[in-house]
Design a protein around this ligand. Structure first.
Ligand SMILES: Nc1ncnc2c1ncn2[C@@H]1O[C@H](COP(=O)(O)OP(=O)(O)OP(=O)(O)O)[C@@H](O)[C@H]1O
Ligand SMILES: [Mg+2]
Length: 461
């Protein structure tokens, strides 16, 4: 059973295909315009897209291109009218997986094609479980993102993981620092050895020291036996030191020494032990400010940040929001066995526009909550927390460019110019809401990508 989207401006064809595919046990949705199809694609996962090459508001090829962007794994079948060589070539050139010619046998041919693809997908899903299992172990699979900023980070992780150099990960809370640290470990030669996490902010100074370096029997009251520290426990592996910015200055000096010498001395011991540990540190503080204000030692900073990785806040990579949201949706609907099939376009619009101070963690929690509480079969605007909906409302009202009451000044008004100015402001606002992704901006303005390009060129934005 697969999820199929049928796109054709002729409602009768949509219905016919819907009935046919449903009978074969598939989940089917239809769209009678390119814009409607895009909105569906933006908010749900489809396995197969069947689209006419001629839809009134955009060409099937344009839709194909869009689907490749938002849903690269879906199989795309293009229905072409006249069997000319050029449409066939176009279809293949633009990456349609198949094309079927409109004619008497259309339904039968499509049915067979969909059935075959569905079987292939089932098989792939089975072997995919295996593959995913392997990729899960390599870590990168967990980090979701297609924005240029995240792609750069993936590349960086892959390059630096095999080396043993220290890494300092900075970024706001919930941007995925721990996820990245784990991915670095999993992709390194140390992956068979331990990955140990310590939250340096959670311990008072003396406790942190004994956690990190261990102690010997009798070192202090209550030290009834020798105990190994986390540095020794992580030997050969990776120690992830979270919230390193919260460490006291004295601990910073001690850590600096360990990093410099590669040796650890347990509390109360006179002997130093060699340790081979890769340290990955993280902080959500502005570390340069901490240094300037004397709360963080500059020398330690240089030791730790041989390779700095800065994770951008989610609001600076809004194009990652739909994919993240849908992935969390898949995860939680499976986990909770809830029949929630997608995210309503309007709700997705709100998610994409929000500022996300708690970043990906906040988005994940939002989706989890929505899946738990939603009474419809899709996540709706009503299912979103109020702050997210309100944020959208306020911003829209704030950017309302037209006065409701029309006043003509004494000298008259240049209407063309006024309208042109309004166009320009809507264009800019849409680009801002969409994080600069033009196809999405076009979507928000309910125009085709082509028209959007036309206006963008006209206004030089
Ligand atoms: N790119 C991403 N793809 C998938 N899940 C993500 C991504 N980034 C973060 N998450 C998820 O968001 C949550 C927070 O991530 P993580 O704990 O790594 O953030 P953090 O930067 O360490 O936050 P904090 O500073 O608050 O500790 C986790 O559940 C994580 O799985
Ligand atoms: Mg963390």
């Amino acid at each position: 059973m697969v999820h199929v989207l049928v796109v054709d401006d002729e409602r009768s064809i949509c219905e016919l295909l819907e009935i046919t595919f449903r009978k074969d046990g598939h989940r089917v949705e239809t769209a009678t315009s390119g814009e409607a199809a895009k909105r569906r694609l933006a908010s749900q996962f489809f396995d197969i897209i069947v689209s006419d090459i001629n839809i009134p508001d955009m060409s099937g090829v344009e839709l194909l291109r869009y689907s490749r962007e938002v849903s690269p794994e879906a199989v795309f079948i293009l229905i072409t009218g006249v069997p000319t060589i050029s449409t066939a070539i176009d279809a293949v050139n633009f990456g349609a997986d198949r094309y079927v010619i409109k004619g008497d046998k259309l339904v039968d041919e499509l049915r067979v094609a969909v059935q075959k693809i569905a079987e292939g997908i089932e098989l792939k899903k089975e072997s995919g479980i295996l593959r995913r299992e392997i990729r899960r172990l390599t870590g990168l699979d967990h980090i979701i993102g297609t924005s240029p900023k995240m792609r750069q980070i993936f590349e960086l992780i892959e390059t630096i993981a095999p080396q043993s150099s220290r890494v300092l990960i900075t970024g706001e809370s919930g941007t995925g620092k721990e996820l990245v640290a784990r991915a670095i470990h999993e992709n390194s030669a140390r992956s068979k050895k331990p990955f140990i996490t310590i939250n340096c902010g959670a311990f008072p100074e003396t406790l942190l020291e004994s956690e990190l370096f261990g102690y010997v029997k009798g070192a202090f009251t209550g030290a009834n036996e020798n105990r190994r520290g986390l540095f020794q426990a992580a030997d050969g592996g990776t120690l992830f030191m979270d919230e390193v910015g919260n460490m006291s200055l004295t601990m910073q000096v001690k850590l600096y020494r360990v990093l410099q010498e590669g040796k650890v001395r347990p509390i109360g011991s006179t002997e130093e032990e060699d340790v081979d540990v890769r340290v990955i540190a993280a902080t959500n503080k502005d570390i340069e400010k901490e240094i300037a204000e004397g709360r963080f030692r500059e020398d330690l900073y240089y030791r730790l940040s041989v390779i700095p990785i800065q994770l951008p806040p989610l609001r600076e990579r809004r194009e990652d929001i739909p994919l993240l949201a849908r992935t969390f949706l898949e995860r939680y609907r499976t986990e909770m066995s809830r029949p929630i099939e997608g995210i309503e376009p309007k709700a997705m619009q709100r998610l994409e526009a929000y500022e996300w101070p708690g970043n990906v963690r906040e988005l994940e929690n939002t989706i989890e909550r929505a899946v738990a509480l939603e009474t419809e079969t899709r996540v709706t605007v009503e299912g979103l927390p109020e702050r997210i909906v309100r944020y959208y409302q306020e911003r829209r009202d704030g950017s309302e460019p037209v006065e409701r009451e029309v006043l003509i000044p004494d000298g008259g008004v240049d209407l063309e110019q006024q309208i042109s100015e309004i166009e320009r402001r809507y264009l800019l606002a849409a680009l801002e809401c969409s994080g600069g992704v033009r196809v999405r901006a076009a979507d928000l303005l309910k125009m085709t990508y082509r028209s959007f390009r036309h206006y963008a060129k006209k206004h030089g934005v």
